[in-house]
Ligand binder design. Sequence first.
Ligand SMILES: [Fe+2]
Length: 214
Amino acid sequence: MLDRPRYMMPLDENELFSWGATSWRMDIGSYREIKSVLADVVWRRPDDMPEDFEGHIPDTPLGTLGESGMSRLARSLSTMINDPSLVPGIAQTGVLSVGGIEIQNGSYDAAWHHDGLAGKRKGHAGDFFLIAYFGETTWQDEWGGQYEYARRNLSQNWPVEQFTPSSEVRRIAPAERTVMIGWNQNPRLIHRAAPLLVPKDRITIIASLNFHSR
Ligand SMILES: [Fe+2]
């Protein structure tokens, strides 16, 4: 039997490269694999949990996985995000490798930012990053917790922390099986997680992606 392509329709690469992000519904094969890895996650409360924030975070928001779980997860994400049926344009120019992976639940207002600027260089500060959402099968607008992205105007000053959208703001609802990719190499493209307003699960697998041209 011939293998069917993983995706019948690619993700919107035009949206990714003009707005800095885009989302899609994860294919069933990747979804099943990643769901089975997620079953092994152990949830913990970090020592440096902020006390005062706007938004909802469960008591144990930090997910940990053993070494083999982590490498299964990295392999699944890497297979999905390099599939030419999903990313035909990117696949023509290079390959994405999965760097650090974080597993979290909940979200609070992290303010508009660009991952490579203003001291935000952490886990998802690769050339690109990918976030896979789990927890609630559908998502209601009034729950908050959306991933928001926009363009800003560049200025001569080094932006320290005040990033302001100069465009419309686009949103991704973090319902289970939604995946998004973001582009960190373009300084115009900023994003934030809106605070979660109700105690719903908003589980995120956040992977830093590095680009290797062919
Ligand atoms: Fe970010």
